[in-house]
Design a protein around this ligand. Structure first.
Ligand SMILES: *[C@@H]1O[C@H](CO)[C@@H](O)[C@H](O)[C@H]1NC(C)=O
Ligand SMILES: *[C@@H]1O[C@H](CO)[C@@H](O)[C@H](O)[C@H]1NC(C)=O
Ligand SMILES: *[C@@H]1O[C@H](CO)[C@@H](O)[C@H](O)[C@H]1NC(C)=O
Ligand SMILES: *[C@@H]1O[C@H](CO)[C@@H](O)[C@H](O)[C@H]1NC(C)=O
Ligand SMILES: *[C@@H]1O[C@H](CO)[C@@H](O)[C@H](O)[C@H]1NC(C)=O
Length: 698
């Protein structure tokens, strides 16, 4: 998640528009023949999917553990907010504590006055502009984008130098107090260079650029440069069979899913948590200005990332509590959100340090990583392989990923990891994991404006891998960072991806992503029949509390090795830590928030079951509220969810394809509007009848 950098850039652009209104001539160039300043053609790329060696030896030994599935009866979900329950759990945990966990506990019992939670409002939490994230992609940002792009293109055409343009962006940012001077400087330096490089080389205008980046909120401008389709081999699609439920009591794998750790090496307890920058809780943010402004010991609900002690504590807890996990999927975003001040060296250090830590905590357990959008510096900058100049190429990152990931992966993946940070491995006979680099669908990856056609040939390779898996009778799990239906994923890429999932619906039995920091999911449908769900993408919660969230992770139980295996997820659990309690009592407690089948009364976790859950949540506010609580990882500072919010969240769950909400969500939205209307009618009629009564009585 990097929602903070995007508004900064756009607010700068919007302000440029305001100032530029006194110079309307700047924007009258729309009808002129546009020419790029630099002649640029996509370099030849003769790489083919067949060139990559296939992983054909199962990575996982056949010695996996016996696991107990979570109970499926509905149970009372532990409320994190009741004082008595908190204290009971505190005492229990203290009694349970081993030497290792005691290390973290603090001295004496007098530290825990029973009514503390009631008497002290420990956090005076700002109501963080939640709107920011969801309404960025509105008409406003569209206008700002066009104005900014138009102005930048004008400056470039009139021969302003790179330095002059960067200086101008910086001055607007500072003079208008959009961010602090140092953030303005970082943003204009880091992103300016790249944006100017790209804008110099493209021939399309602001309308096309902004429709491409922002998607459906910015018009559906036809743009022949960015229309493309992957090719499928001439093999007929196997008839989809009705999926049965996984066999009871069959062997399962227990799998840990970690995502969005956003480890901040500079997190400082007691520093200012309430700063006006995209990331707080560091010494560089100075001292807190109010008593409530200090960064918590274990993390903070405000714009702060994860301190080392919290990551250590979580990994120790996982190693203790889930000693029997068979493998781990790890879906990216390791560095912190200081996007205005990141360097390649720092990001590589975070990568190396985190990989080392994971290896030490989980010796001998295979880990399947995927690349996040924050791993690059600057954030979101992932030039495709044809960008080979030393200062721009992405080789600095992919080559190091290859070195780091190779601890867990076979040598055969090296070829594709170095090309595009994606790979395919056979985990068990008949069971494969494919890790995708979702940054080639990332709309904030400016390089894609040069040529967005299947960057790095990734999707064509994906098809090749899936077709080979289909021939070999293998089932596939897909892992990645940005969910394909998220508005951060480019429409054209997402459309192609959706087609692939549909073609290989019998092969892909689950998908796993992160990025949103929330605990959620996305259902895929038959493109010709919205009533038939074909695939399910699990979106795992973040470890970072950034922002307003509790830290969390997931455990999946996956149908294991036996004759009738479906390789479906049989059940999953979300585990969290209540950050408010942890900071109050200086004692983090990790606990299971819910397990899915029990919480929602689901028979299984097939795509159709998830679709039914969406329908049931549309009809039942109570069920939706439970989901909403889980979605926010039971955060005590989660915002209220009104009708619009409910529509948005359910629509997200229906959207496996981005920027197509009208198509997927009309029905659900209409139903919720209907119930909303009914409620208003009721309110209105009861008010008017009591008014009548009132008049009669007096
Ligand atoms: C973009 O790249 C693709 C594949 O590399 C190529 O076929 C296409 O011609 C390129 N488009 C442009 C406009 O250069
Ligand atoms: C691809 O092109 C490079 C040079 O651009 C050449 O060295 C290599 O042999 C070519 N590979 C194939 C498979 O044609
Ligand atoms: C303490 O241990 C008991 C039994 O092992 C377990 O059921 C309980 O969940 C533990 N409590 C906490 C808070 O860890
Ligand atoms: C930027 O990072 C450097 C270290 O890489 C640090 O010394 C400096 O204080 C940081 N600046 C800000 C504004 O955070
Ligand atoms: C949805 O509701 C129906 C009817 O109450 C119930 O039979 C079904 O199990 C529910 N399914 C899910 C996934 O919640």
């Amino acid at each position: 998640m990097s929602q903070y950098y995007f508004p900064i850039v756009f607010v700068v652009l919007l302000e440029i528009l305001r100032l530029a209104q006194s110079h309307p001539f700047l924007f009258n160039s729309g009808n002129q023949q546009r020419r790029a300043q630099v002649e640029w053609k996509t370099p030849e790329d003769n790489w083919t999917a067949e060139a990559a060696p296939r992983s054909i030896y199962p990575l996982l030994q056949n010695q996996y553990n016996k696991h107990q599935l979570p109970p499926t009866n509905r149970y009372e979900i532990i409320e994190g907010d009741e004082d008595e329950q908190v204290l009971r759990r505190m005492h229990e945990a203290k009694q349970n504590a081993t030497a290792r966990t005691l290390f973290y506990s603090n001295k004496d019992e007098s530290h825990l006055p029973p009514l503390l939670t009631k008497t002290i409002k420990y956090f005076n939490l700002q109501q963080v502009a939640y709107e920011l994230e969801t309404s960025v992609m509105s008409q406003v940002s569209c206008t700002a984008c066009k104005a900014g792009a138009g102005l930048l293109q004008h400056y470039i055409r009139t021969g302003k130098s790179k330095e002059e343009i960067i200086k101008m962006i910086y001055q607007y940012c500072v003079n208008l107090k959009i961010q602090s001077a140092r953030v303005c400087e970082g943003v204009s330096q880091l992103f300016g260079v790249e944006v100017i490089y790209v804008l110099k080389r493209i021939t399309i205008g602001p309308d096309e650029i902004c429709s491409f980046i922002i998607g459906d909120a910015c018009g559906d401008i036809y743009n022949p440069y960015h229309e493309w389709e992957v090719e499928f081999p001439p093999v007929p699609k196997p008839d989809p069979r009705d999926l049965g439920l996984p066999k009871e009591a069959a062997p399962v794998f227990k799998v840990l899913h970690l995502s969005d750790t956003h480890f901040d090496p500079y997190y400082a307890e007691g520093s200012n948590a309430d700063c006006n920058e995209p990331l707080c809780c560091r010494l560089t943010n100075g001292r807190p200005t109010t008593p409530n402004g200090a960064a918590g010991k274990w993390g903070d609900y405000r714009k702060c990332d994860t301190p080392k002690r919290t990551i250590d504590h979580m990994l120790n807890h996982i190693a203790d509590t889930h000693a029997d996990i068979d493998f781990i999927i790890w879906t990216g975003d390791l560095p912190p959100h200081d996007v205005w001040n990141q360097t390649k060296e720092e990001n590589l250090n975070v990568l190396k340090e985190t990989v080392k830590q994971m290896t030490e905590k989980f010796p001998g357990i295979p880990i399947f990583p995927a690349l996040g959008n924050h791993e690059s510096a600057p954030v979101n900058s992932f030039p495709p392989p044809y960008v080979q100049q030393v200062d721009s190429s992405i080789a600095w990152l992919y080559d190091e990923l290859d070195v780091q990931w190779r601890r867990w992966l076979p040598a055969s993946v090296s070829h594709t990891v170095r090309r595009g940070a994606f790979y395919s491995v056979l985990v068990r006979p008949g069971y494969r994991i494919i890790s995708l680099n979702m940054n080639y669908c990332n709309n904030k990856n400016w390089w894609l404006l040069l040529n967005s056609t299947d960057p790095a040939t990734e999707l064509q390779w994906f098809i090749y891998e899936l077709q080979s898996a289909e021939f070999a009778g293998e089932k596939v799990h897909v892992i990645g960072h940005i969910p394909p239906g998220h508005s951060d994923c480019l429409k054209v890429w997402s459309r192609n991806y959706y087609k692939i999932v549909s073609r290989f619906e019998s092969t892909i039995t689950a998908q796993f992503f992160g990025h949103t920091h929330f605990d959620e999911f996305e259902v895929f449908y038959d493109p010709h029949d919205l009533s038939r769900a074909t695939s399910i993408a699990y979106i795992g919660p973040s470890v970072t509390p950034y922002n307003d969230l509790n830290p969390g992770y997931r455990i999946y139980y996956i149908d294991g090795d036996h004759d009738e295996t479906t390789r479906l997820v049989v059940d999953h659990e979300s585990w969290i830590m209540n950050l408010k309690e942890a900071n109050l009592y200086d004692y983090p407690i990790w606990y299971k928030l819910y397990s899915t089948r029990a919480a929602y009364g689901m028979k299984g976790l097939r795509p159709a079951d998830w679709d039914q859950l969406i329908n049931n949540m549309t009809d039942s506010k109570e069920l939706f509220d439970l989901y909403y609580k889980h979605y926010w990882k039971n955060s005590p500072v989660k915002p209220e969810c009104d009708y619009e919010c409910r529509k948005r969240i359910l629509c997200d769950a229906k959207s496996g394809r981005s920027h197509d909400r009208k198509y997927f969500c009309e029905e659900v939205e209409a139903k919720i509007d209907e119930s909303n209307k009914g409620w208003k009618d009721w309110l209105f009629s009861s008010i008017s009848s009591s008014y009548v009564l009132y008049k009669k009585l007096f």
